[in-house]
Design a protein around this ligand. Structure first.
Ligand SMILES: *[C@@H]1O[C@H](CO)[C@@H](O)[C@H](O)[C@H]1NC(C)=O
Length: 403
């Protein structure tokens, strides 16, 4: 009996059942396409350039505001209504809370049932008073490895690992199911202290999605060169969350609209193997301070004058590494490793990571960082439109299951 049906039938059949299951789980009909809009680069292009954007996260409100007894002001670089007017109707406008270095407020909030309830109540008040559609929690990071990791050892933050899902739970309880709750989460396995196979399933229950920060995957704590937002290491980050229990539809891939540079060791022979080459010492091992041997700038920033010659060379001579997936250049004169995404690298990454895995979508840090040319935004938008229209991703599932 079975042998009479060609393989095609079974593939099709299994696919249909799979599609039905997906639609029951309410997979969004189009991919999440999220833009952080930052105070540093509060620039939004013409409406036609952002018509496929589904969510905007305004970054940042400070976390400690939400621990006050009754705050009435919610300092932010813009207002929700000003931001809303710059995007298509129906775009979800969220407030992002925290960001790199702003961990104290979260730590205080997470401490007890009482402090969690206060923080959550204030998130609700903020949503009511500003008109935001939800919040994005950017605690970098629960459990440690933040900016202060040399001052406050991770051991002193171990309690945060179990407190973090409880804080998210309290926020969800306070804001209800119709508001959006998301979190920005670390992309390097070494920083995923609070994201284990025990905690992720409970975190996932409370949030609409996680923005997995698949950038800065090389930072000043590293000692060897690698792609800061490469294909392989992005996939590794995403797969780690998936393996630990994050549902596909709640996983978003992060894109970086900026360039990173790192000084390599002048004695290292990087000619033969620029990837995996020894760097200069970039961080003070005792204090964690930046030693000025690495940095970043956005596509909208002026290139720092002392780097201009090297960066010009990088743009002209940069190549794509087909093995690890990433665009790079190593400058042999100035011993600088450059790592960034071209529009082609972005297209490829979205196809290889988001499409093949069937993720919820992508997000970028950040929209205005790509001004004034917007070429990285355009590449991402086109790749996103391709995902939703080619019928090969999970997004066509609802339509197919109606057959
Ligand atoms: C979108 O799909 C078209 C047609 O398959 C292809 O030519 C184009 O390169 C794709 N663009 C992106 C950004 O993926």
């Amino acid at each position: 009996m079975k042998a009479r049906f060609p393989l095609q039938f079974y593939v099709h059949h299994v696919f249909l059942i799979h599609s039905l299951l997906l639609s029951v789980k309410a997979v969004p009909s189009r991919p999440n396409y999220i833009m952080y809009l930052t105070g540093q680069h509060n620039i939004v292009p013409n409406p036609s350039e952002v018509s496929s954007v589904t969510h905007v996260a305004l970054a940042f409100m400070r976390s400690e505001i939400f621990n006050q007894p009754e705050p009435h002001e919610w300092p932010l670089f813009t207002t929700v209504s000003a931001a809303r007017s710059q995007f298509a109707e129906g775009t979800v406008i969220m407030a992002a809370i925290g960001g790199w270095g702003n961990t104290d407020g979260f730590s205080k909030a997470a401490k007890s049932d009482k402090s969690r309830a206060l923080f959550a109540r204030n998130v609700r008040a903020m949503i009511e008073q500003t008109g935001a559609d939800g919040v994005d929690i950017d605690w970098e990071y629960p459990g440690g490895n933040g900016e202060d990791y040399k001052q406050i050892p991770n051991a002193q933050k171990a309690w945060e690992i179990t407190a973090y899902p409880k804080l998210l739970s309290a926020i969800r309880l306070a804001i209800g199911p119709s508001k959006i709750l998301s979190a920005a989460v670390p992309g390097l396995p070494r920083d995923m202290l609070a994201f284990t196979s025990t905690t992720i399933p409970s975190i996932a229950r409370h949030v609409d999605f996680l923005n997995i920060m698949t950038y800065d995957l090389m930072n000043r704590r590293d000692t060897r060169t690698k792609h800061h937002t490469g294909l392989s290491n992005s996939l590794e980050a995403i797969d780690t969350y998936l393996e630990r229990g994050l549902p596909l539809a709640k996983a978003n891939l992060g894109l970086a609209f900026y360039v990173k540079w790192f000084r390599t060791d002048p004695n290292a022979k990087c000619h033969h193997n620029p990837i995996g080459c020894k760097t200069a010492l970039m961080e003070d091992p005792d204090t964690g301070a930046d030693l000025g041997q690495a940095g970043a700038f956005s596509w909208h920033d002026e290139v720092p004058p002392e780097l201009a010659t090297s960066f010009k060379l990088a743009l002209a001579k940069g190549v794509y590494d087909d093995v690890e997936g990433g665009h790079y250049y190593w400058d042999p004169e100035e011993h600088i490793w450059w790592s960034w995404d071209t529009p082609e690298a972005i297209e490829r990454k979205i196809a290889k990571v988001v499409q093949t895995r069937g993720l919820g979508g992508v997000f970028a840090w950040g929209l205005g960082e790509d001004a004034e040319k917007w070429v990285h935004l355009q590449a991402a938008s086109e790749a996103i439109r391709n995902l939703s229209s080619d019928g090969g991703g999970v997004w066509g599932a609802e339509e197919r299951s109606e057959l």
